[in-house]
Design a protein around this ligand. Structure first.
Ligand code: URA
Length: 255
């Protein structure tokens, strides 16, 4: 790997800054002051230092992002900011999001360049749990909970597409109790009802949660992913913020 790419990928600065640092003799490779940005190094074994301090090259990087609404889960997009644009501390070109959240969905998104890990987390046969918090318009019934448990047909255009069993838990109702208003307008009361729920699915079909509720005649008005497998969203991260995973989080995901 070229020295300037190595330095850029670990976030030392822009190519221009890096050129200046090398010119100023502040970068050494295996004990020798580096002379040019295009020198080739073995990124796995070279001891590269910046002002005498060793720099560590990581083959794989793992970031937890608190995805905000309005950014797309893609590596490039013509119209919108992507989740990769939010990871500013590294200039690595090989990062990608593990799975997709809709543009209006918030919450946990793992960003990495570890293709094997992504495959293990996303492969349908691995049944990795994904837990979401949602606000649902429409009153949920015991029958709705049972239908989540047995699987729901979310197919379109007459084609059946059954989901695997999922878990739905109503956390609380966010609507004031209107039962005493005697307006006998049950339909409107039902539509006005907003409930906070927790949903756990073990697969990742396109728009799965929204389509599961739509099949029950209910609407998802807000959706946030809380966890994926062993990885839980760090609530200290504000929307749009990210951090590296800890070694423990990485090891747990690899188990
Ligand atoms: N299900 C959805 O409908 N949307 C998401 O973003 C994630 C799961």
């Amino acid at each position: 790997m070229r020295l300037d790419r190595f330095l850029s990928e670990i976030g030392i600065g822009t190519r221009k800054n890096i050129k200046q640092l090398i010119k100023a003799g502040r970068i050494s490779v295996n004990g020798e002051i580096a002379k040019s940005s295009d020198m080739k190094i073995d990124e796995k074994t070279a001891v590269v230092t910046f002002d005498g301090k060793p720099l560590q090259y990581r083959e794989y990087e793992y970031y937890m992002l608190h995805k905000p609404a309005g950014v797309v889960s893609a590596t490039e997009d013509r119209a919108h900011k992507t989740v990769i644009d939010l990871i500013t501390e590294t200039k690595r070109k090989d990062l990608f999001p593990v799975g997709r959240l809709d543009i209006d969905t918030e919450g946990l998104l793992l960003i990495t360049n570890d293709g094997d890990m992504a495959h293990r987390l996303l492969a349908p046969e691995k049944h990795v749990d994904k837990c979401y918090m949602a606000y649902i318009r429409g009153e949920l019934t015991g029958e709705d909970i049972r239908r989540f448990e047995t699987g729901i047909d979310i197919g379109e255009d007459g084609e059946e597409q059954m989901t695997a069993p999922a878990a739905l838990r109503v956390i609380r109702s966010l609507t004031p109790d209107n039962d005493n208003n005697n307006d006998n307008d049950d339909d409107n009361d039902n539509d006005a009802c907003l409930q906070e729920v927790e949903v756990t699915i073990h697969e990742g079909k396109y728009h799965q949660i929204k389509r599961m509720f739509a099949a029950l005649g209910k609407e998802v008005v807000y959706l946030k992913r809380l966890s994926m497998g062993s990885l839980r969203l760090d609530e200290k991260l504000l929307k749009g913020e990210y951090r590296r995973l800890t070694d423990e989080e990485i090891n747990n995901l690899k188990k």
